[in-house]
Design a binder for this molecule. Sequence first.
Ligand code: SF4
Ligand code: SF4
Length: 554
Amino acid sequence: DRYRGFHRNDLDKCIGCGRCEEICQNLAIGMVQVEDSQPVKGDSGLRPLVDYGRCCWCALCIDVCSTGSLSLSNSYSWTTYNADTCTYIPGTDEKSWDHTPKGYSQDNSILKWAGSPRIEMPAARPDKRVNSFEEVIRGYSPEQAAIEAARCIQCGLCVTACPAHMHIPEYLRAIADGDYAGAVKLFFDNNPLPEMCGKVCTRECESVCAMGYQGEAIAIRWLKRFACEQFESLSDVLAADEKPLEQGRGRVAIIGTGPAGLSAAYYLSRMGYEAHVFDKDEEGGGVAQHAIPEYRLPAAGSEKQMDVFRKAGAHFHFGTEVNGEDILKMSDDYDALFIAAGLQKSSEFKIPGVELAGVKHAFYFLMNKPEDGSIDVGARVLVIGGGNVAMDTARTCLRLGSEVVISYRRRIVDMPADEEEIEEAMEESIDFRPQTIPIRIEKAGQRLKYFYAEAEMIDDPNGGRPKPVRKDDIEHGIEIDTVFLAIGQSSDLGFLPDEIAENMTIQWGEIEVDKDQYTGVKNIYAGGDITPGAGDIITAIADGMRAAKAISKK
Ligand code: SF4
Ligand code: SF4
């Protein structure tokens, strides 16, 4: 039954990781592009081609296959007059043994490659961490980081999934070898905010990691964080072998010091542009740095981060609110303009009672850095919403000593917040009330009363996500001191002069751009949350880098 004959491959399961090619001691496997399999996120589009002039049927390739897609049939007889034709791409070139049930696979292998377990990141205990704003994550030791980084099989699938296409296999190799400076230099090739990403990135890369198929994905984000934390100054690491900058290529004005603006400023400065960055805030980092609470992204890291941009040569103009006249003047005075103003407004929510004192916008609350306790939220807080702002507000209020309830219309699985944030909020004993439809808020003496109805989920006949529909006429009410609305943010494009805005395509408050972040208005580019996209930090960073490259090619 377990005879080792010719190869079969389930092409739908195969992700083209190349681990089979890597393990083969006889160089009998080569990864090749096949017509029906194009590179997509999490799949290289390559498939193994087997050369039977070299194969010795050891079956190591079967044992290590990341997905278990590759197997051996029990057929061993194949006659040909030309040895050069004794190669084929299992699964693509139809063979008589493709459907034979017998043979060797991971299901009957005793050597099946199970991978090694992920090194868990040390974190503060839930019952302890709710008493302070100290960072939850404690960081890897060098030994832990080396073991975790060495788990990477260097397949590179994660690179295409990362919006900035970071050099992930290479920097994991550097970390495994203890070359932390080398890893940091690789980060900056396409991400000038690695420490921020190392703490709060949405880690698209990990979602496609080949190691995740039969085990757990490599902790790519935590390893990036680890390497950055080995240095007090990242600019010193970069300065060690930085080439002299080419100067005088032009001047670019950048609106906003969030990840998109900072990224554009860094790469433009490195390419010899005078990058001037304007922000109405007094510090850089944008919403990402200011609205994410201390226990996830400590403010102390901000200066280390800004030092990189200053040393790269970017010029910052903080406390500068830009208006339509300024934009018109900038478009004359600068060679290009990059708009990365982010989402500055909290979305409105219409139920009776939202105008009452005690009903607040969660986004503005977080932007005001409430960690110092200067904002009194009372003994019991309700947060309406299911995104990261909702989780951050709930967990912040918990740390301020309040009891916290989260009300969300859909199921927990539908919440747009990071899975990790939801899990941590649950561990911290926040009271989740999913499938609850807000009805109204009333005054109840010194407090508020929040009324909601229970919802059931109804399938969408058009294939969309299930919709919450009120289950019955019963109204439930809970007494609350503060209600936070966390139902999304939107842009405020009021600073754009009409003559520029009219020539842009603006939909749902977002500026449409092409693949170079170009708005279609001469010399004006845009990126980050103000443009359509994933709305996360790494996508904004990639936008800034793309815009910088496009400006440099003008
Ligand atoms: S190891 Fe498995 S998943 Fe990876 S390329 Fe080979 S057959 Fe495909
Ligand atoms: S991190 Fe995962 S997906 Fe990326 S190269 Fe390593 S094993 Fe492959």
